[in-house]
Design a protein around this ligand. Structure first.
Ligand code: GDP
Ligand code: IMO
Ligand code: MG
Length: 436
C-alpha cells in the first residue's frame, strides 16, 4: 500500500517527473497511463539530467517495475532511443509495455502537422508527435496495438490497409506528399517491433498482482488537467484523459484500487501551446520567471508562457481529479520578487467565477481578480538545500503563508514541497509510503 496517482493540476510541466522520481525510490511499480512522446519529464540526479518522454519516471531504480500502460500511444523509434540512451549510461530498468498500448506510425506525424495547419486559430500548438491522429485512430478502431505490432503477419496486413487510406487522406484531403511506402515503413517498423517484443507482456495482470500483494504502486500522469480531452480547455489540449480517471482506464484498474491522488502544482502558471491563459504575464515579471526557471519545453524547446497562479484552475483540478494531497514545485524559482499575485477568482460579465468554466470562449471573457502577497527572498542553491534538510519551518514565512493560503482555498492538504530540481530539494509533510 498504497496505490497513488500523481497528476498535473495545470497545463503540464508542473514537475511530475521530479515528484514521481522522489516517490519512486521506494515504489515497486510506476505506470505511465496516458500520452506518449508529447510528454517530457525531467529528472535530476546530481549532475545528471534525464528527460523521459515515454519511460515512467521510476526507470532510475533497479527495484522498480516500469510499465507503459494501455492508455499510451507509443512511438517505437523514440522509445527505443530512450531505452538505448539509458543502457549506454549503464542503467537497465525493468520495462514492460502493455500489449493494449497503441503504436504511433509515420503517417500520424504527417497528419498531426497537416491538421494543425488547417485548424488555424483552433490549432493547439501540438508537439507534432502524432498524438492526436494516433488517439483518433484508436477511437475509430483504425489503430495498431502492440499485441498486433509484434506479430509480423498481422502488422503487415493492417499496415497494407491503413497505408492506402492514410495516403489518400494526406494527398487528397491535405494536398501533401507522403514519402514512406508501405514496404519502407514495414521494414523499418518491423525491426522496431522485433526489438520491443521482449518488453511486451500483459501489464493489467501485473498491476493487479502488485496491488493484491500490497506493493507500492505509482500511476504517473502526463500533461495536465487543463489539457485533458474531456475536462481540459477543449480544443486547446491533448487527446487523452490526463486526469486521475485516466489512471484507471489507462492501466486497467478500478477506482476503488486508488488510495491517494496527488496533484502537482507549480507555484505559478506555465504553458506551451495555444489557448487562453487568464493570468498570463507578457511583461518583465514573466520574462524574469521564465529565465530564472529555464522555462523552455522539455520536448520541443519552445519558451513556456508564464502567468500568476490561478486558483479557479486548481479548484477545478481538485474536483475532477479527486485530489487527496498537493505537491508544490518551484518555490525556489518564484523567489526574489517583491510582490506576488494569486488569481483568487475571475470576473465574467457581472458574475464571480471561482472554478474553470466549460469553454475557452467563456474563459476568454473572464478577467482575473488578484490577491497580492509579499514575495520571499532567494536562499540560493545551498540555502534551499539547507531548508529542505531542516524541513517546513525553515522555509521563508512568506512562502509558507502563500502555500498555506493555496492549500486552504483548494481544500486539499500539502503533502510535499519542492524547492529545487533534485530529489534532495524536497520537503515532505505527509509520506504516502509510510507504514501505517
Ligand atoms: P513534467 O512534465 O511535469 O515532469 O515537468 P518538466 O520536467 O517538463 O518541467 C519541470 C521542470 O522543472 C524540470 O526541468 C524539473 O527539473 C524542474 N523542477 C521540478 N521541480 C522543481 C523545483 O522545485 N525547483 C526548480 N528550480 N526546478 C524544478
Ligand atoms: P508533460 O507530460 C506541456 C500540449 C501541447 C499542445 C497540446 C496538444 O511534459 O507535462 P499534443 O502533442 O499532445 O497533441 O499537443 O498539449 N502538451 C503539453 N504541454 N506538457 C506536456 O506534457 C504536454 N503534452 C502536450 O503543447 O498545446
Ligand atoms: Mg514536461
Amino acid at each position: 500500500m498504497p496505490v497513488a496517482v500523481v497528476v498535473g493540476t495545470q497545463w503540464g510541466d508542473e514537475g511530475k517527473g521530479k515528484i514521481v522520481d522522489y516517490y519512486a525510490s521506494r515504489a515497486d511499480m510506476v505506470i505511465r497511463y496516458c500520452g506518449g512522446a508529447n510528454a517530457g519529464h525531467t529528472i535530476v540526479h546530481g549532475e545528471k539530467k534525464f528527460k523521459f518522454h515515454h519511460l515512467p519516471s521510476g526507470c532510475l531504480y533497479r527495484r522498480t517495475t516500469n510499465i507503459l500502460g494501455n492508455g499510451m500511444v507509443v512511438d517505437p523509434k523514440k522509445l527505443l532511443e530512450e531505452i538505448d540512451a539509458l543502457h549506454s549510461a549503464g542503467i537497465r530498468p525493468k520495462i514492460i509495455i502493455s500489449p493494449r498500448a497503441h503504436v504511433v506510425l509515420p503517417y500520424h506525424f504527417v497528419l498531426d502537422g497537416a491538421e494543425e495547419e488547417r485548424k488555424g486559430k483552433m490549432a493547439a500548438g501540438t508537439t507534432k508527435r502524432g498524438i492526436g491522429p494516433a488517439y483518433a485512430d484508436k477511437a475509430a478502431r483504425f489503430g495498431i496495438r502492440f499485441s498486433e505490432f509484434i506479430q509480423p503477419h498481422i502488422f503487415r496486413e493492417k499496415l497494407r490497409m491503413l497505408h492506402q487510406i492514410k495516403l489518400r487522406v494526406i494527398e487528397g484531403v491535405y494536398g501533401m506528399h507522403f514519402t514512406g511506402t508501405e514496404e519502407e515503413i514495414y521494414r523499418e517498423y518491423s525491426n522496431y517491433a522485433q526489438r520491443l517484443s521482449p518488453f511486451v507482456s500483459d501489464t493489467t495482470e501485473l498491476v493487479h498482482k502488485a496491488i493484491a500483494n500490497k506493493r507500492k504502486v505509482l500511476l504517473e500522469g502526463a500533461q495536465g488537467t487543463m489539457l485533458d480531452i474531456d475536462h481540459g480547455l477543449y480544443p486547446y489540449g491533448t487527446s487523452s484523459n490526463t486526469t486521475a480517471g485516466g489512471a484507471c482506464t489507462g492501466s486497467g484498474i478500478g477506482p476503488t484500487a486508488i488510495d491517494e491522488v496527488i496533484g502537482v502544482v507549480k507555484v505559478y502558471t506555465s504553458r506551451v501551446g495555444t489557448g487562453p491563459i487568464p493570468t498570463e504575464l507578457s511583461d518583465t515579471t514573466g520574462n524574469f520567471i521564465r529565465d530564472k526557471g529555464g522555462e523552455y519545453g522539455t520536448t520541443t524547446g519552445r519558451p513556456r508562457r508564464i502567468g500568476w497562479l490561478d486558483l479557479p484552475t486548481l479548484r477545478y483540478a481538485a474536483k475532477v481529479n479527486g485530489l487527496t494531497g498537493l505537491a508544490f514545485t518551484r518555490v525556489d524559482t518564484l523567489s526574489g520578487l517583491d510582490k506576488l499575485k494569486v488569481c483568487t477568482h475571475y470576473r465574467c460579465k457581472d458574475k464571480k467565477v471561482v472554478s474553470t468554466p466549460v469553454s475557452y470562449v467563456e474563459l476568454e471573457a473572464c478577467t482575473p481578480v488578484y490577491k497580492e502577497f509579499p514575495g520571499w527572498r532567494d536562499l540560493g542553491h545551498v540555502g534551499w538545500l539547507e531548508a529542505a534538510k531542516k524541513g517546513y519551518k525553515a522555509l521563508p514565512p512568506q512562502a509558507r503563508a502563500y502555500l498555506e493560503f493555496i492549500s486552504r482555498e483548494v481544500g486539499v492538504p500539502i503533502y510535499l514541497i519542492s524547492v529545487g530540481p533534485g530529489k534532495e530539494d524536497t520537503i515532505v509533510l505527509k509520506d504516502i509510503f509510510k507504514r501505517k
